[in-house]
Design a protein around this ligand. Structure first.
Ligand SMILES: [Zn+2]
Ligand SMILES: [Zn+2]
Length: 155
């Protein structure tokens, strides 16, 4: 059995568990994540769908479509307290991304890269040596080895 980590929403109605480590850990500084998570940036842990288990509660889904690409991104949040728990994206089939701050102990997630640095807030300092990208990526085919180079953004 792989290691598991649990998390949930603010009100406690939604609980989930993930198996193993994320395929990729990302900090996203895009304006879309800033707004949808009401924060300075997003901490995103992306897993294969089957590594993410909803243990308790129900999630409401909101589908956002990119003005530019027309691709969808579906956010899943607790209908009671509004905490955004997961998202999935058309550009990343088979991947479910967990909002890092919803883990009971978020400090275990390793961050592989910072993306959309062009819209980073001026008081955010990225650690030296971190992989940074001014924007996201255009999606290559969803093969296992391509996970690290796929954006979950509708670029
Ligand atoms: Zn809740
Ligand atoms: Zn983003």
């Amino acid at each position: 059995m792989s290691e598991t980590h649990s998390g949930g929403c603010v009100c406690g109605a939604v609980r989930y568990r993930v198996h193993g480590n994320p395929a990729v850990g990302t900090v996203c500084h895009c304006t879309f994540c800033q707004r949808r998570l009401a924060s300075a940036f997003a901490v995103l842990a992306s897993f294969r769908q089957d590594a993410v288990e909803l243990l308790q509660g129900q999630l409401t889904e909101y589908e956002h479509r990119s003005d530019e690409s027309g691709r969808w991104l579906r956010m899943n949040f607790c209908p009671k307290c509004g905490t955004t728990i997961f998202h999935t994206a058309e550009i990343r089939p088979g991947i479910r991304t967990v909002t890092g701050g919803t883990f009971d102990a978020p400090d275990w997630i390793a961050i592989d890269r910072h993306i959309w640095v062009q819209s980073k807030l001026p008081w955010v300092t990225i650690p030296s040596g971190a992989a940074t990208f001014q924007q996201g990526f255009v999606a290559p085919p969803p093969a296992d080895q391509d996970l690290l180079s796929v954006s979950f953004h509708n670029s």
